[in-house]
Design a protein. Structure first.
Length: 258
């Protein structure tokens, strides 16, 4: 597959660069241990292991909005976790040359016994936001999440929708150049999704780089100009979003007829 050329509108060095990146998983556990990696090195697989991603190569430039398509279990979310640094590749490399705001497993990392107020401070601080910035944006985040009456309530007592709103309000206000999004727009009610859409449009207009995994063709067309198509852990399509979605739809239809 020929990699999509650098868009003329995007200047500078890539903010995300993957070169022959691959990651192997053990069928009986989440990932190989550090001991296995040291003893056997890169590229060595046992019979009970499989490649979740293989030979992935692409560049993403500042300000690009990239959507990732593919069926469930093909490696889309794994790719986001490689970019976020949650997972490390077993082969090749993934370089990220700017800060990342990860909207992945959106409520992960929040502490149930801490209050909403404490969780906002904790999560924003862990992602690098200064105390001054947290204080200045606290009311904005609470207002966005619509939890004004619950700031001193333990996070675990919130509904799932309220938890999602708090998490989105915090992470979407991080001042990182890269935003990683994994199906976040599928959560919440219609009113919350409209607020999410508006926030994403603000971030894109400000020149942020967006990397979006979604099963919603509408969302992908709305926010992304470029698409990556992953099938069986391999990158088989890289080009304009409309073309990638058309290819994906054709192959999905072919499988349904087979």
């Amino acid at each position: 597959m020929t990699q999509s050329p650098r868009p003329a509108d995007f200047l500078g060095q890539p903010v995300i660069s993957a070169r022959n990146a691959g990651i192997a998983f053990h069928k009986g556990r989440r990932h190989r241990s550090l001991r296995d990696l040291i003893l056997r090195g890169q590229g060595a697989l046992r019979s009970e292991e499989f490649w979740g991603l293989r030979d992935i190569t692409f560049d993403v430039y500042p300000g690009e909005c990239v959507g990732v398509v593919g069926r469930n279990g093909q490696g889309k979310s794994t790719l986001l976790k490689l970019i976020a640094g949650v997972l490390l590749p077993d082969r090749g490399e993934v370089r990220v040359n700017a800060g990342v705001a990860p909207l992945i497993e959106i409520t992960g990392g929040f502490v149930g016994d801490l209050t909403v107020r404490e969780n906002i401070g904790l999560m924003a601080g862990l992602h690098g936001m200064s105390r001054q910035s947290i204080a200045a944006r606290f009311d904005e985040m609470v207002d966005f999440a619509e939890v004004e009456g619950f700031v001193d309530t333990p996070y675990k007592h919130l509904s799932s929708g309220m938890k999602a709103r708090v998490a989105f309000a915090v992470v979407s206000r991080l001042e990182e150049p890269i935003i990683l999004v994994d199906e976040v727009l599928a959560v919440g009610d219609k009113a919350f999704r409209r607020k999410c859409y508006g926030r994403f449009e603000e971030l894109i207009a400000a020149g942020r780089t967006l990397f979006l995994v979604s099963h919603s063709e509408k969302d992908l067309r709305r926010f992304c100009t470029r698409g990556l198509y992953i099938r069986d852990g391999s990158l088989i399509g890289d080009g304009p979003m409309d073309e990638v979605l058309s290819r994906y739809a054709e192959e999905t239809a072919d499988r349904a007829r087979a």
